[in-house]
Design a protein around this ligand. Structure first.
Ligand code: GDP
Ligand code: IMO
Ligand code: MG
Length: 424
């Protein structure tokens, strides 16, 4: 049975949640393997909107096993409020498991995220301030607190004492911030541990068992390729590996388990947070895309920066993720914009044309997009159910993207609802 990975190919918010939700209707297991509550995945079903941050987007199907792997960083407070809000809406979370190896976001991680951003001043990254970077820093520093520790009060108290004292010193002496009362933190997190103990299970074992038993598995990517710590626009990136390859280490299964890798893109480009954006539109068209597309962050509510589709970026994603197929969302948003532009390559100041996304920001800064113009469309396509029912100009746009990206486009989003998808 297939094990599919769904990854973001741009700077996040491509509509991964929607694609996962659609594919989850055919899956028995959905796994998150990296990132944390910096993610915001929207699922719309019958006018009901669900915004998920840590809980896998398979949760709306009561029989689907939803797993949070070792590579995820988990904020227990936020996780519990997400659990509670789903329960209030009648969604069962009984089929949810968290790996004991997953690292826990502690309050000093959130504080340090804010303080270090402040310290960077104008060179800030524009993080979600959810403590994600500092939690991964501690994981690699080998002083992190894990899910296993959270549910064992004595271990938790000991680790909070060991690491909390050092964090308090850094917060007060380096940044002039306020120290945490470690007894209060211990009491608070012990309660979270009690609440979450029943959710702990070995996700590597559960995923492998599902694979051995021929179950259909979906790996839900969070963030996206251009936010990858190595292959993104460093340092304007997140602190994990949102690439397809990150799924294996973040879950604890080998690459042979994977059968299909699907990349999700928007029919244009958006970015939330700072950093380079070659096709950014700082004009009326960009504003129109933002308003029509509702381009405001799912997690932080920040307005998203908008721009034309950049085929250099998506080609980079096809390569570094080994994509088998693409899903292109939000084609409906481009209706009524007039002539559309697609970035096909970059041009350096000396006139050299480059087709691959540069490794360094300094090289990228020297690049301007080379555009190709393509006829736009004015029709409302939000009710289209088949590829051939789309206006001729939409078909040509999609076929051109397919050619430029070097990857088949198998799904096209024409609206936010789980039914608003054209499959080829
Ligand atoms: P994710 O982080 O990749 O899961 O994406 P987000 O949920 O943060 O942002 C995508 C936004 O686009 C959400 O508001 C979705 O409901 C919406 N969306 C997804 N696909 C489509 C589509 O095809 N058309 C329109 N108009 N909206 C879409
Ligand atoms: P989903 O899964 C869009 C961005 C932040 C910032 C950078 C680093 O919904 O696509 P962090 O808090 O991770 O240290 O911030 O990464 N970022 C996202 N942008 N969608 C996301 O997730 C993001 N997760 C992080 O805005 O630029
Ligand atoms: Mg999002």
């Amino acid at each position: 049975m297939p094990a599919n990975i769904v990854v973001g190919t741009q700077w996040g918010d491509e509509g991964k949640g929607k694609i996962i939700d659609i594919l989850a209707s055919r899956a028995e297991v959905v796994v998150r393997s990296q990132g944390g509550n910096n993610a915001g995945h929207t699922v719309v079903n019958n006018g009901e909107t669900y915004k998920l941050h840590l809980i896998p987007s398979g949760i709306l199907y009561p029989d689907t096993l939803c797993l949070i792997g070792a590579g995820v960083v988990l904020d227990p407070k936020d996780f519990i409020s997400e659990l509670d809000s789903l329960k209030e809406r009648g969604i069962s979370t009984a089929n949810l498991k968290i790996d004991p190896r997953a690292h826990i976001v502690m309050p000093w991680h959130i504080a340090l995220d804010g303080l270090s951003e402040q310290f960077r001043g104008n060179s800030d990254i524009g993080t979600t301030k959810r403590g994600i970077g500092p939690t991964y820093m501690d994981k690699y520093e080998r002083c992190g607190i894990r899910m296993y520790d959270l549910v064992h009060p004595e271990i938790l108290a000991e680790k909070i004492k060991a690491t909390g004292n050092l964090k308090n010193k850094i917060i007060t002496a380096v940044y002039g911030g306020e120290a945490f009362d470690l007894d209060a933190v211990t009491a608070e997190y012990t309660e979270y541990g009690k609440r979450l103990a029943g959710y702990m299970d070995d996700v590597s074992v559960l995923t492998y068992d599902a694979y051995k038993n021929n179950k259909t598995i979906m790996f839900e990517g969070a963030q996206a390729t251009l936010l990858d710590i190595d292959f993104g626009t460093y340092p304007y990136v997140t602190s994990s590996h949102p690439l397809s390859a990150g799924v294996c280490v973040g879950t604890g299964v080998g690459p042979r388990v994977i059968s299909n890798i699907i990349g999700v893109a928007k029919a244009y480009t958006t970015r939330v947070g700072k950093g380079p954006f070659p096709t950014e539109l700082d004009d009326e068209i960009g504003e129109k895309i933002r308003n029509v597309g509702g381009e405001f962050g799912t997690t932080t509510g920040r307005p998203r920066r908008t721009g034309w589709f950049d085929a250099v970026i998506v080609r980079h994603s096809v390569r570094v993720n080994g994509l088998d197929a693409l899903a292109i969302n939000k084609l409906d948003t481009l209706s009524g914009l007039g002539t559309l532009k697609i970035c096909v390559a970059y041009k350096k100041a000396d006139g050299t044309i480059i087709e691959h996304f540069p490794a360094a920001l300094e090289e990228l800064a020297d690049c301007t997009p080379v555009y190709e113009e393509i006829e736009g469309f004015n029709e409302d396509i939000s009710n289209c159910k088949s590829f051939s029912a789309l206006p001729e100009a939409c078909i040509k746009y999609i076929e051109r993207l397919e050619e430029l990206c070097g990857c088949p486009i198998k799904m096209i989003g024409v609206g936010p609802d789980r039914t608003q998808i054209v499959e080829r």
